[in-house]
Each structure stands twice: as structure tokens, then as C-alpha cells.
Design a protein around this ligand. Structure first.
Ligand SMILES: Cc1cc2nc3c(=O)[nH]c(=O)nc-3n(C[C@H](O)[C@H](O)[C@H](O)COP(=O)(O)OP(=O)(O)OC[C@H]3O[C@@H](n4cnc5c(N)ncnc54)[C@H](O)[C@@H]3O)c2cc1C
Length: 312
């Protein structure tokens, strides 16, 4: 092992959580390498407008990501972009991360922040209208649909909670769910059933998104009869689950049935010296602010680990 390739901290993922972790660890004078597979900034760069990041009333995701990257670099984090991790060894005092091009890096601690993505419907028009009428986050985008008509797809707790949230903005919320019953808490089901702004369409699936520049309608199929109808909409919110980017970890750290990494409140995983944060961990709320908070905690926990474990 060459000392050039030995880091105090390797952060995997340069989204909000990873860049924040890098800012904290490099500012604490820990030699830090951030390895990133996609575009620096992660999901932030998919977001046109971020209006709920405190202190920055309105920004776009690219600007926020760029500012975080600059800050991480200013404190000394090295960022390697467009990498693919092909081997990983997290046990023991020195962790080992191998890349597609044969490079191998070593670290005393690893912070896992590979994020994830909302599950999509994968039907015609979805890619075209993402951010132009289709959203995966009512907290993020609900206010853009003031007095408009929206459809919510899904029948779990998240879908029902988000549908209720959306009634504060939209004039009408139609919930479309594939089964003939919801899979949610009884109190949430009662709340949607009693809300005069909410209409419920069960046993049905969306088949297509239609529109010119912006989304204008959706095609809905009633599954028992196969009958299709078109609903005029201003927006569609899809809540059918979340896919964490953790398959590549195999069994390196403990995950739950949803493939989310299990952490303690200090962002510790089950492996000594390995921390995780952001959208990849088991948690309810996935926002830039929560990713930033997780990244901070993971970095401070890694710093404490480094202070307590003297590995030469
Ligand atoms: C369309 C959209 C709009 C949103 N709008 C808002 C909003 O307005 N406000 C808000 O607060 N939140 C919003 N969110 C949610 C918010 O963007 C995320 O919760 C947050 O950015 C997650 O940050 P993260 O660092 O945990 O993960 P990510 O942003 O997913 O970053 C993870 C990074 O890790 C990289 N990576 C993945 N696997 C590997 C690997 N094996 N090796 C190396 N790198 C890897 C990825 O390429 C990515 O760069 C939105 C999300 C979406 C999709």
C-alpha cells in the first residue's frame, strides 16, 4: 500500500450527504477522498428549483451542488468523478476500495452516501414530463400546484400522507392505486376518504402521460375491465417506493428488506469505522436538508473514530 493512496476518510457518493461529509472531514484536517459514480451533486442536479433549503430562498439544484463541491474542495477534499467501484473490503483497520480502472484506494474510515432514486412507473411520457408536471416529492413541489388538479399514484402510507399534504395547495387530488384497497394505516385511509378534495380511483394503473410542453393528461386503465380513460391534470405525484443505490454493496454492511443501510443515530453501520448517511439509509424523510444533516453526523462520527483509533 502506498501512503499516497491511503486516506483518513473515503466518502462514496458526491450528493448533498457526501459533499457535506467531505466539507466536515477535510475541514477537520482529515485526508479525504470523495468517489462519485454519476454527476457531482447527485439528485440535487435533477432539481430545477430548490425553494426549501434554509438560508437560500430560491436556488437551482446545480448551483447548490456546485457551491457544496467548491466548499469541499476548498477545505482539501479530493473528488474523483465518473468512477465505478468494482471491489470493496470494509472489515479491519484499513478499508480497501478498488475502481474499474484498476486503481485501489485505502482508508481508515469509509462514509457511504450513494443516495438512491424514487421508483418510477416506466410508462410512456414519464421521462419527458419529469419536472414538467411529474414529481416524486410533495414537500418539494406541492406549492407549484396551487389551485391546480393533481393525481397521486400509490396506496401506501407515503402516498396517502403526500395526498393529504397536497390538498393544502391543489384544488383537487385524485389518488390512483393499483389494488382494490390501500396498504396504509387506518387513520390515514380514513383521512383521505373524508377529505372533500380527494377522489379515489382503485384497481387502476396509469398507462401514459400526455401533453405538449407540459403535462396535460394521463391515461388510466381500470384493471378488472381493461377500460381506459383520460384524466386532465396539471401534475402527477408518484409515490410507489424508493430504490437506494446499495445493490453494489452486496453484504458489506447490514441492510433492511428495502435495501436501505441500517445505521445508528450517529450514522454508524454495523461495521467498525464505516458510516452511512443520506437517502441510502433506512429513514422516512428524504430531503437535501436531511442528507446534509446525515453527512454532518457521519463526518463527526468518523472524526471521533479516527481520534480513538490510531492506525499508522
Ligand atoms: C426530482 C427531484 C426533486 C427534488 N426536489 C427536492 C427539493 O426541492 N428539496 C429537497 O430538499 N429535496 C429534494 N429532492 C430530494 C433530494 O434531492 C435528496 O433527498 C438529496 O439530494 C439526497 O442526497 P444524497 O447525497 O443522500 O443522495 P444523492 O443525491 O442520490 O447522491 C448520491 C451520489 O452518489 C453517487 N453514487 C451512487 N452509487 C455510487 C457508487 N456505487 N459509487 C460511487 N458513487 C455512487 C450518485 O451518482 C450520486 O452522485 C428531490 C429529489 C428529486 C429526485
Amino acid at each position: 500500500m502506498m501512503t499516497d493512496n491511503l486516506y483518513d476518510v473515503i466518502v462514496v457518493g458526491a450528493g448533498a450527504a457526501g459533499l457535506t461529509a467531505g466539507i466536515y472531514t477535510s475541514r477537520a484536517k482529515h485526508k479525504t477522498l470523495i468517489l462519485n459514480e454519476g454527476a457531482v451533486g447527485g439528485q440535487m442536479v435533477l432539481t430545477n428549483e430548490i425553494a426549501n433549503y434554509p438560508g437560500v430562498p430560491t436556488t437551482n439544484g446545480y448551483m447548490l451542488a456546485n457551491a457544496m463541491r467548491t466548499q469541499a474542495r476548498q477545505f482539501g477534499s479530493k473528488i474523483k468523478n465518473n468512477v465505478k467501484i468494482t471491489s470493496l473490503q470494509l472489515e479491519g483497520d484499513i478499508k480497501e476500495v478498488g475502481l474499474h480502472n484498476g486503481e485501489v484506494f485505502y482508508a481508515k474510515t469509509v462514509i457511504l452516501t450513494p443516495g438512491g432514486k424514487p421508483r418510477s412507473l416506466d410508462i410512456p411520457g414519464e421521462d419527458k414530463f419529469k419536472g414538467m408536471g411529474i414529481s416524486y416529492c410533495a414537500t418539494c413541489d406541492g406549492e407549484f400546484f396551487q389551485d391546480k388538479e393533481v393525481v397521486v399514484v400509490g396506496g401506501g402510507n407515503s402516498a396517502l400522507e403526500e395526498a393529504i399534504t397536497l390538498t393544502s395547495f391543489a384544488s383537487k387530488v385524485t389518488i390512483v392505486h393499483q389494488f382494490d384497497h390501500f396498504q396504509a394505516f387506518e387513520h390515514a385511509i380514513e383521512e383521505v376518504k373524508n377529505n372533500p378534495k380527494i377522489e379515489i380511483i382503485l384497481s387502476s394503473e396509469l398507462r401514459e402521460f400526455k401533453g405538449e410542453e407540459k403535462l396535460q393528461s394521463v391515461v388510466v386503465e381500470h384493471l378488472p375491465t381493461g377500460k381506459q380513460s383520460e384524466i386532465k391534470v396539471d401534475g402527477v405525484f408518484i409515490f410507489i417506493g424508493y430504490i437506494p443505490n446499495t445493490a453494489w454493496l452486496n453484504g458489506a454492511v447490514q441492510k433492511n428488506d428495502n435495501q436501505e443501510i441500517i445505521t445508528t443515530p450517529l450514522m454508524e453501520t454495523n461495521v467498525d469505522g464505516v458510516f452511512a448517511g443520506g437517502d441510502c439509509i433506512a429513514k422516512k424523510y428524504r430531503q437535501v436538508t436531511t442528507a446534509v444533516a446525515d453527512g454532518t453526523i457521519a463526518a463527526l462520527s468518523a472524526s471521533e473514530y479516527l481520534r480513538n483509533h490510531h492506525v499508522s
